[in-house]
Design a protein around this ligand. Structure first.
Ligand code: ADP
Ligand code: MG
Length: 593
């Protein structure tokens, strides 16, 4: 019962995929539009190439008919003919291949950059819900599969397709009745190709998925190699990778098996039809005109090769369609909502949060009825156990996630009414996890819109963040390359670069999410002074790791389990003897130890 149901589901899935396959191909073709000129040139080239095929049959006819006449006067025409055919054919091949590759490589470039640019605009939850291996493998692997369909398959289809059409035309011209019989196998081949296509597409989608797993596991291991080594995870990682790679291999093997069976079956059908046609031709045509007969057989004999190539290319096309399908699905994903139109050069920095509720998954509330008012220029500190929702609250302000319930107002304007660019322009954020790029120290500080900041400003920011001390010790100072994600830097050094970046931005709203947690107490104190100077004339939300760093904040907000449980200044909170006092006492103990 249930297995029958499963089959029904599988069947309807096939139908769906088949329907979309046509749409996918049409959509892929729409990418050809800008290159219609090159595209036409390539078709012209392949027509020339294909048109030279029947010329062989014509030459054969000439030869056969010339033998009995034994007239040497125009025999020299044969090498001229042969060379001309090959010259024209070669030219056609070049024009066809060159221009079709030009078109399809351009399409691949377009798809790849579209995917990448789309990712730069995806909302945060998209990255939370899709693993990076699959996203990367779409850009690197799926796109090459589309190249296969677009370049190789297209070339073969046009070239061999025209060859078949040209040969068929010649066969019809020679003897249309026989040729109709020959064409009788057409529908059989059609059904076969269609069925095999469905299977290949389904398998290819799986191969692409497992390729994503392979990429994902590899990149996870590479990024986490220290943990793997220190916890003896080699065997686990090797097994995980072996499983994913084996799965991929098996699925690929199924594709190969399917298309390897497909081709000989089609060839068998064509051979059967040809044998039958030869039999008929020999019976009805052979004696009357040997030249025409041999020409006919030659042309018919040229058929299996292009038919074979066409049937082989089916798997490439299906792979391409399956790949294009996932690519298009990603391109159709909604990008970050940016429907606001409010633009400002510099806000005063009044932040007002009212009855804010938030949940990542729509079920578990992470923030519950948060109310918070920060006047321009004030410093508010958020403290609380880890997991209490501090980072979440901070990430709602630059709209990394979209809140659905409650209001966040910046200068009395709801943040969703700002354009994303204008809103984020107002905020300098040092997040808990510092991200650095494989570039120079200088370019990491002057990143993004800061890239045209004057050099003095960059140096000043580095100095204020106490980063210049270690930067000057580097071999090339600010121009030193820091390696992928700053692997050559210590945690504290990374944080100082992140702080320098935020200081350089000089935005009216500063958000520091445990920005100094990796620093030792002494360097933290040094930076603290610099930060306090910076905080003076801007609104600051500081999430504190060590409570000692926020004792001077205007207002301290204590969070627990997504709620604000206490607020006030340091003295009043200590006097309250609640959460804050407890946290404070614990840290004080740790420090005196
Ligand atoms: P804090 O910064 O106070 O340590 P967070 O804001 O990081 O706390 O986390 C609050 C809660 O939200 C935690 O329970 C955490 O598991 C959950 N959470 C954090 N980030 C995500 C995310 N991207 N998707 C789903 N849940 C998340
Ligand atoms: Mg946090």
């Amino acid at each position: 019962m249930s297995s029958k149901k499963n089959k029904d589901v599988a069947a309807s899935l096939d139908e769906q995929q088949f329907q979309t396959a046509g749409q996918v191909y049409l959509r892929l073709l729409s990418y050809v539009k800008p290159y219609w000129f090159y595209f036409s040139l390539s078709i012209l080239g392949f027509i020339i190439f294909a048109g030279s095929q029947p010329a062989f049959a014509v030459l054969m006819e000439y030869l056969i008919n010339a033998i009995p006449k034994n007239d040497p006067s125009d025999r020299w025409l044969i090498p001229v003919w042969l060379m001309s055919i090959f010259a024209v054919r070669g030219l056609g091949h070049f024009i066809g291949s060159y221009y079709s590759s030009r078109v399809s490589l351009a399409i691949v470039h377009t798809l790849r950059t579209q995917l990448f640019n789309q990712l730069t605009k995806m909302p945060g939850y998209y990255f939370d819900n899709n693993n990076s291996g699959h996203l990367i493998s779409r850009i690197t692997f799926n796109v090459t599969q589309v190249t296969g369909a677009a370049t190789e398959a297209f070339k073969v289809i046009v070239r061999e397709g025209f060859t078949v059409i040209g040969l068929l035309g010649y066969l019809f011209y020679q003897d249309w009745k026989l040729t109709l019989i020959f064409l009788g196998v057409g529908p059989l081949i059609g059904v076969l190709v269609w069925q095999v296509g469905l299977r290949l597409r389904r398998l290819s989608a799986k191969v692409q998925g497992s390729m994503g797993d392979v990429t994902h596991i590899a990149s996870e291991m590479i990024n986490g190699y220290r943990v793997m080594r220190s916890f003896g995870g080699q065997a686990y990682e090797s097994k995980r990778f072996d499983d994913a790679s084996t799965k991929n291999t098996k699925q690929n093997l199924k594709i190969v098996t399917t298309s390897a069976i497909n081709t000989p079956v089609i060839q068998f059908l064509v051979a059967g039809a040809m044998g039958f046609v030869m039999f008929l031709a020999l019976t009805y045509m052979g004696t009357s005109d040997p030249g025409a007969f041999v020409a006919y057989i030659t042309a018919a004999g040229l058929m299996p090769k292009p038919v074979r190539q066409l049937s082989e290319v089916n798997s490439t096309i299906q792979k391409g369609i399956a790949a294009a399908n996932t690519i298009f699905m990603q391109l159709d994903e909604k990008v970050e909502v940016d429907s606001g139109s409010h633009v400002t050069t510099r806000v005063r920095g009044e932040l007002n949060i009212k009855h804010l509720n938030f949940s990542y998954d729509g079920e578990n509330a992470v923030l519950k009825d948060i109310n918070l008012h920060i006047k321009p220029g004030q410093t508010v500190a958020l403290v609380g156990r880890s997991g209490s929702g501090k980072t979440t609250l901070a990430s709602l302000i630059p709209r990394f996630y979209q809140h659905a319930d409650g209001d966040i107002l910046l200068d009395d304007v709801p943040i969703q009414d700002y354009t994303l660019a204008s809103l984020r322009d107002q905020i300098a954020l040092v997040s808990q996890q510092v991200t650095l790029f494989n570039d120079t120290v200088y370019n990491n500080i002057a990143y993004g819109t800061l890239s045209d900041a004057p050099e003095e400003a960059v140096v000043a920011a580095a100095k204020a963040a106490h980063a210049l001390e270690f930067i000057n010790d580097m071999p090339e100072g600010l121009q030193t390359l820091i390696g992928e994600d700053g692997v050559r830097l210590s945690g504290g050094q990374r944080q100082r670069l992140a702080i320098a970046r935020a200081l350089l931005k000089d935005a009216p709203l500063l958000i520091l999410d445990e920005a100094t947690s990796a620093l030792d107490t002494e360097s933290e104190r040094g930076i603290q002074e610099a930060l306090e100077a910076v905080m003076k004339n801007r609104t600051t939300l500081v999430i504190a790791h060590r409570l000692t760093t926020i004792e001077n904040a205007h207002h301290i907000v204590v969070m627990d389990a997504g709620k604000i449980v206490e607020q006030g200044n340091h003295q009043s909170l200590i006097a309250l003897r609640g959460y804050y006092a407890k946290l404070h006492a614990m840290q004080f103990e740790e420090e005196t130890e």
